[in-house]
Ligand binder design. Sequence first.
Ligand code: CU
Length: 159
Amino acid sequence: MTRKPLAYSGRSRNEMGLLRRLPIVAAAVCLLVGAAACGGYGDDKKSEEGTTTIGGVQAESHGTKDVSGETGKVEIEMYDNYFEPTILEGKPGQKVTIELKNEGKVAHTFTISEQSVDQEVEPADEAEVDVTFPESGELTFVCKFHQSSGMVGALKPAS
Ligand SMILES: [Cu+2]
């Protein structure tokens, strides 16, 4: 037979009550953020994290980087399952070498079929690809393995 001090079991019950409420609070916050993110169709979304729409696909958004002044290499990190930064802004027609670093636990690809770029990168590995910014509009890049999970990004003209 086990005995518990009354004081302990009382505190334990309070903690349980708090823990039970947490998911409800979290859900409420998500709803608010989700509503805000969905509010501005067509707006230039500058949020660092969340979801955005790229090429008609819901994407995991992890930042935008303006590389129009870059002359060296530009780094994109691959995680499970998103690119960071997710959107690169550059000059129309600008050529950059992208250094891909896979910080995830599974293999990812950086694929732009329009430019015959299809580079697979193993976990903890690196690779380089040369890309050209589009003259207009946005050019989507994807991870072939996880694009359905939102692992997509884009090259866009700097605004
Ligand atoms: Cu992937």
